[in-house]
Design a protein. Structure first.
Length: 363
C-alpha cells in the first residue's frame, strides 16, 4: 500500500477502507497522523479555532447492575444490599439546583442495569425531573440500558426509546460501546447487549431524531485492528442515519482505567500512554469523516493530554463534569473548574466556546 496516497485520500475526506486505516495506523509516526488529523479538523470546522466545552453533571441512577463489566468497580450485585446506592428524588433536586447554579444545563444520567428498574421507573423519574426542572436537559442511559429495560418490560427497544422520549429524554449518550467487536465485548462486558444490538438501538435512536454521541473504550484486551473495526462500524452506522436527523454529533474515545478491577485481576493492566491516546484521537479524526466533532477527554489522562489532542484532530474538550463516579472509582482522578477549562483551551492556542449537548453555542 502507498502510505502517501492513503494520507492524501484521507485529507480529501474520502473514507478509508479498514485495511488502509490499519496501514497508516501501523506505519505512520504520531507526528504525521496528528498533522493530517489536524488538517482534516480544519477542513471540517472550516478553519475556525474554537474549542467547545460544556457544563453538565454526571449522576448515576443506581449502582445495582447485572451487567458485571470486568472493568467496573462502581457497580454492586442486586443481592449486595449494603453496597446499594440509588439516587433519591431529594438528591436529584439538590444536584440539579447545584448544577443550574454553576451554569450547567444538563444531567448525564447513567444507568446500572437494575433488575427491577423497568420502563415505568424511568418514565416516572424523567417526568418528575422535567416537571420540577423544565429547563434541565436529560442526556440519559445508553443502548445497554435500553436493551435491558426492553427485556424486563417486555417491550421492543424502539418502544422503550419512544416512551423515554415522551417522558423527557433529550439526547442519548453512546455509552457502553466499549469495543464493537463481539468476542472482545463478550470478554469485558459479558451481560451487556451485543455489538449488533448496540448498533441497531443507536440506529433506532437516529431514526427517532435523537441527538447522540459515540464512544470507544480502548486499551484493554483489544487489538489495533479491533480499534479500527470499531471506528469503521461507527462511521457505517452514521452513514445510515436518516437525512436531516442528528445522528452522532461527536465521537469520544476513552482509555481503560483498571485499578482494582476484575480485568486487572486477570492481568490486564491499564496503559495510560499519552502517545497512544494522541494516535487514537488522530485516527478517529481521520477515519470518522462523517462525524463533525471529536471530543478529547481530560478526565482520565489529564489536561495536557487534552491540550495535545486539540493539535491532533480533536475540537471539543467535553464537560467540566461536576460529578463523575464510574471511571473515578477505577483510578481516574483529574478535576477541572470553569475558569481552568477556559484557560486550558486558551493555553493550547484555541478559543473556548461554551456549548450545549447539541453543540449549539451558549453565552
Ligand atoms: S460499567 Fe455500567 S453496565 Fe457495566 S457493570 Fe458498571 S454500571 Fe453496570
Amino acid at each position: 500500500m502507498d502510505t502517501n496516497l492513503i494520507l492524501a485520500k484521507s485529507e480529501k475526506l474520502i473514507p478509508l477502507t479498514k485495511e488502509e486505516a490499519i496501514h497508516i495506523y501501523k506505519n505512520c509516526s504520531t507526528e504525521v497522523l496528528a498533522s493530517v488529523a489536524n488538517r482534516i479538523r480544519e477542513k471540517i470546522k472550516k478553519g475556525n479555532s474554537l474549542v467547545t466545552w460544556q457544563i453538565d453533571r454526571n449522576v448515576n441512577i443506581t449502582n445495582v447492575c447485572v451487567s458485571g463489566c470486568l472493568f467496573c468497580n462502581f457497580h454492586c450485585k442486586p443481592h449486595e444490599h449494603d453496597k446499594e446506592k440509588t439516587t433519591t428524588l431529594e438528591e436529584y433536586r439538590e444536584k440539579i439546583k447545584e448544577t443550574l447554579e454553576l451554569g450547567g444545563d444538563q444531567l448525564l444520567l447513567q444507568g446500572g442495569m437494575h433488575p427491577k428498574f423497568d420502563i415505568f421507573y424511568y418514565e416516572n423519574l424523567f417526568r418528575q425531573l422535567k416537571a420540577e426542572f423544565p429547563n434541565i436537559k436529560l442526556h440519559a442511559l445508553g443502548p445497554p440500558e435500553v436493551s435491558h429495560i426492553a427485556k424486563i418490560s417486555n417491550l421492543t427497544s424502539i418502544e422503550v426509546l419512544k416512551r423515554l422520549i415522551n417522558a423527557g429524554l433529550d439526547s442519548f449518550p453512546g455509552a457502553g460501546a466499549e469495543i464493537l467487536v463481539s468476542d472482545i465485548r463478550k470478554k469485558v462486558s459479558p451481560n451487556k447487549c451485543t455489538a449488533e444490538q448496540w448498533i441497531e438501538i443507536m440506529h433506532e435512536a437516529h431514526e427517532l431524531g435523537l441527538a447522540t454521541s459515540a464512544t470507544m473504550m480502548y486499551g484493554h484486551i483489544e487489538s489495533l485492528e479491533d480499534r479500527i473495526e470499531h471506528l469503521i462500524k461507527i462511521r457505517e452506522l452514521q452513514a445510515r442515519k436518516p437525512k436531516g436527523s442528528y445522528g452522532f454529533l461527536a465521537f469520544i474515545p476513552w482509555v481503560y482505567c483498571g485499578k482494582g478491577t476484575a480485568l486487572e485481576a486477570k492481568g490486564i493492566k491499564e496503559n495510560h500512554s499519552i502517545i497512544d491516546y494522541i494516535r487514537i484521537i488522530a485516527m478517529s479524526r481521520i477515519v470518522l469523516t462523517n462525524i463533525e466533532n471529536i471530543q478529547a477527554s481530560w478526565l482520565t489522562l489529564g489536561k495536557e493530554a487534552g491540550q495535545l489532542s486539540l493539535h491532533a484532530g480533536a475540537n471539543d474538550l467535553g464537560s467540566i463534569m461536576i460529578e463523575e463516579n464510574v471511571v473515578s472509582s477505577a483510578g481516574a482522578s483529574f478535576k477541572m473548574g470553569v475558569e481552568e477549562m477556559q484557560q486550558t483551551i486558551r493555553d493550547a492556542g484555541f478559543t473556548p466556546q461554551l456549548r450545549d449537548q447539541k453543540y449549539n453555542f451558549r453565552d
